[in-house]
Ligand binder design. Sequence first.
Ligand code: PSV
Ligand code: MN
Length: 424
Amino acid sequence: MLLDKQLIADSNAAAITEHQRKFNFTAAGIDNVEAIIKKLMNFQVAIPSWALGTGGTRFGRFPGAGEPGSLEEKIEDVGLLHALNNSSGAISLHIPWDIPTDANAIKALAAQHGLLFDAVNSNTFQNQPNQKESYKFGSLQHVDKAVRKQAIDHNIEVIKHGVALGSKSLTVWLADGSCFPGQLNFRRAFENTLEGLHEIYAALPEDWKVFVEYKAYEPNFYSMAVGDWGQSLLYANKLGKQAYTLVDLGHHLPNANIEQIVSLLLMEGKLGGFHFNDSKYGDDDLTVGSMKPYQLFLIFNELVEGMDAKGMDHATDLGWMIDASHNVKDPLEDLLQSVEAIMIAYTHALLVDRKKLNEAQLNNDVVAAQEVLQNTFRTDVRSIVAEARLRAGAALDPLSFFRSGKIRAQLIKDRGINTIATGL
Ligand code: PSV
Ligand code: MN
């Protein structure tokens, strides 16, 4: 389904007067509003293919009708999001969940929706049917060379799929680790993992990056092969200049200071990208900004400050992606909420008065520094984000547009009652 842009234009026309009133009011208080709008129009957040279907809850999985049943339909769904918000211009595939039967046709379909292929993701955290070796005791860290080789070969195959689609990066997330003390020799596990990553790294095209994603724990785990940013950074430094750390917001121990982690990784030139989500207790994969919006703002504040200090391009020099699951909401509605939260946090970070903040820091004026950040955070910037969408031909209010009912109804009509297994 390709969304008829006229429908968006009609709904925008109905809401334009109210929007302009709000936008003019907010814009009047901002010096560089035009520059900010330009940045917002360029900023894209990739959507993971596995977030487009309903995930499971303790009570079961309750998928809504009209969810995508094929890679083509997943691309259509992301295309729809992008048409609505102009900020979801890329899709991230997970192999083997998303192996294209015809890469050229898939590429052409994505192009029709204005989408690029973001990082491709390997999966050595689930045994696949007909797989020779088992990942029961890990993949790249495994004591058995044959298991390690299987995991390396899989990653190299993922790179090949990515090359065929025009992707430019590989994300490696390992569920490797141990369940009990004594089970693993930590040093040997690290060395095996590094050796495998070296082989994968050697298969990267020159213009590719590899992202090493860390995660503090899996249920019932005692240790992880890549458990925190320190371990990830060690691997990335040892691998070379095409290797970076990837920060998934849900992958930290409680109360970790993620904004400080981000700042230091950026300083080291080793921050590769993000998986945005939110959480209350663990790796909850909740809607971005639904629990800790101030933390999200503080992270973006460090990102903008650090990227500007290095002359980096906000839109292209880091990998921006959502990694969330949707169990009780319509996945597309949830993703629209997540992208909106990211755009708001980014706008807030662009608005921070850097000069004032810097002065406050140099003068040890703690109160003034806090005021700068909190005044910004308390500014309602939703009309600025909406204006950026309007100028790009997207919807003033994507969620209301989607909720008007016509889109899901059309998807259900086109697809029957398709539902999809998310693999989570
Ligand atoms: C693991 O929890 C993770 O965050 C990794 O990014 C995976 O690739 C993804 O979720 C899907 O399981
Ligand atoms: Mn992730």
